[in-house]
Design a protein around this ligand. Structure first.
Ligand code: ATP
Ligand code: MG
Ligand code: MG
Ligand code: MG
Length: 562
């Protein structure tokens, strides 16, 4: 590609609204431009990198027999009503109406759409397992869009969904996915870790996140220095002293009326912001009452709602810091105990408020979202604490260390969380209808672009790893007015292209200093400079990764590039 013909607006100044290095560099090097808060255009260089990321993902998905589809971003509200997420997803969900006043959402994720697709077509165990993926734009009205592509409101995700007749089949696919994800992030060149994670608003049991290590990461991971254990500590910095020792949860403070059906109504009634209602902290106190824990400024209140809401209907959008307040549960192994009359509906995080007897008011329910590797039981608040740096690793091997990470991938075993409410069923070998057992698997494609930029840069600009670099070679003609230089540069450009190298050719009538600065900023792995020594057929070579320079004869270039 001739640089004179493409769109690569570079900037010398550091943009004032970009406060992390990847965001600054991607803007300055002309990979992206912001349209509005959390919404970006990918310029030619950015788009190239995206394509390379996507290619690696596609190859690894196809290697485990996942097939590619493309589903709509515009989704009818009815689907989301079927699973209840229309009510529970909270303000992150973009909602809109068509001209007939029908309600829609812009897809934040696609469990509903794919389940509706499959339930109409796959009726027999013989057609299972089935795994499909797509690479597509997602919309989430994030409370704090920031850090450029890392937390956008419109972003690109690879999402895969698997459907199974048996738990064993799901377990197998989950392991396949885990391996595929390890391959993907390794091939992407990222320094990353796979960690035990939290279910979040998607729901589900077994779940792992893939974290690109970075000081600006919003997640904290606890890992054993023996590499045998790693988990997301889900915000260790949240102050656990919010829960006062020996202080029981406050009982009925306010009683809501049965007609408060939506989250917003409940929040309004409680005089708190919707996002203070915490999905993970919903209990069923008894058949009639639902207790909602919410965070005031400095304390947690348990509020018992006399309400007909089933807890699943009011699964609330969780703010991660709040959600994880009680998820101080990375680590020890053991069953989770629950106090009598106060039973977990929503999530494992509740394990932390445990004070007593093991039990649940629905058979097996209290253990549903408990992950023995991740959650631990406590008998009193005294035992309640976050895992700390220097602790013995929960698996007994090594000592715990902390690191910051960017969540670049997340895999879940969903079970029947979606197929059950949506009546997605198949007939088993005995002709009995059963809900599909499902898994879902996400990768933040556009977020990866920023995560790689965050890990690969220096004071002069980006330093693309070979696999992701927008072009293989940056060919620079120092003085385009010099016929000998121009001729040699043109010749190299066509030779390299004929050898299938992707070449960015700086043929612009700019000063050498400008070209070199832009070249460092853009950060292709190899720069070939055609300058004064063109008459001798000599080209200057610079390796961006190491800064090393050397000279090659023009005839030896294609051989040495390999
Ligand atoms: P986060 O904890 O960062 O908000 P999430 O857990 O909500 O992410 P998932 O629902 O697990 O995200 O989505 C799958 C992947 O999509 C994530 O692992 C992440 O890489 C990416 N992703 C999620 N939200 C965003 C966003 N706002 N901008 C860019 N990528 C995102
Ligand atoms: Mg999120
Ligand atoms: Mg997350
Ligand atoms: Mg996630």
């Amino acid at each position: 590609m001739k640089q004179s013909l493409t769109f690569m607006p570079t900037m010398r100044q550091v943009p004032s609204d970009a406060d992390i290095i990847s965001h600054q560099l991607l803007l300055r090097a002309g990979f992206i431009r912001q349209n509005t808060s959390g919404v970006y255009s990918f310029l030619p260089l950015g788009k190239k990198v995206l394509q390379k990321i996507e290619k690696i993902i596609r190859e690894e998905m196809e290697a485990i027999d996942a097939v590619e589809v493309f589903m709509p971003a515009l989704q009818q509200a009815e689907l989301w009503q079927e699973t209840g997420r229309w009510y529970s997803y909270g303000p992150e969900l973009f909602r809109l109406k068509d001209r007939h006043d029908r309600e829609f959402v812009l897809g934040a994720t696609h469990e509903e759409v794919i389940t509706s697709l499959v339930r109409d077509e796959v009726k027999s165990y013989k057609k299972l397992p089935l795994t499909m993926f797509q690479i597509q734009t997602k919309f989430r009205d994030e409370q704090r869009p920031r850090f450029g592509l890392l937390r956008g409101r419109e972003f690109i995700m690879k999402d895969a969904y698997s459907f199974h007749a048996t738990e064993e089949s799901l377990d197998e696919k989950y392991e396949d996915m885990k391996r595929a994800y390890m391959n993907i992030f390794t091939r992407l060149g990222l320094d990353f870790r796979a960690v035990i994670a939290d279910g979040g608003t998607i729901g589900g049991t077994d779940t792992h996140e893939f974290m690109a290590l970075s000081d600006i990461g919003e997640d904290t991971i606890a890992y054993s220095d023996s590499s045998s254990y790693a988990a997301n500590i889900e915000m260790a910095e949240v102050n656990i002293s919010y829960i006062k020792k020996d202080e029981p949860l406050k009982e009925v403070e306010k009683v809501a009326t049965p007609d408060q059906k939506t989250i917003d109504e409940v929040a309004t009634y409680l005089e708190i912001e919707t996002d203070q209602l915490i999905k993970t902290l919903i209990f069923r106190a008894d058949d009639e009452h639902v207790a909602v824990l919410c965070r005031g400024d400095h304390e947690i209140n348990a509020i018992k709602l006399k309400n007909t809401l089933g807890a699943t209907e009011i699964e609330l959008a969780a703010e991660r810091d709040v959600q994880s307040l009680l998820a101080c549960a990375v680590g020890s192994i053991g069953p989770v105990k629950l106090p009598v009359g106060l039973h977990v509906i929503a999530d494992h995080a509740v394990a932390a408020v445990v004070n007593g007897v093991c039990g649940a008011n629905e058979d097996g329910f209290h253990l549903k979202n408990v992950n023995p590797e991740r959650d631990f039981a406590v008998d009193s608040y005294e035992d309640l604490r976050f895992i700390r740096e220097g602790d013995v690793s929960p698996d007994g091997n090594g000592t715990i260390k902390f690191a910051k990470g960017i969540e670049v991938g997340h895999i879940f075993k969903l079970g029947t969380t979606y197929s059950e409410p949506m009546e997605g069923t198949f007939l088993d070998e005995n002709g009995k209808a059963k809900p599909y057992i499902m898994g879902c698997y996400g990768i933040g494609v556009s977020r990866i672009l920023a995560a790689v930029a965050e890990q690969f840069n220096d004071e002069n600009g980006l330093k693309w790893p070979k696999n992701l670099s927008p072009y293989d070679v940056h060919l620079i003609s120092v003085n385009v007015k010099d016929d000998i230089q121009k001729e040699l540069a043109d010749e190299l450009y066509s030779v390299l292209k004929s050898y299938r190298y992707e070449v960015l050719y700086d043929d612009r009538p700019e000063r050498a200093g400008v070209k070199f600065a832009d070249s460092d900023l853009i950060g292709l792995p190899i720069r070939l400079t055609v300058g004064k020594k063109a008459s001798e057929g000599i080209v200057e070579v610079k390796f961006r990764q190491t800064g090393e320079t050397t000279e090659w004869q023009k005839e030896e270039i294609t051989e040495k590039l390999q």
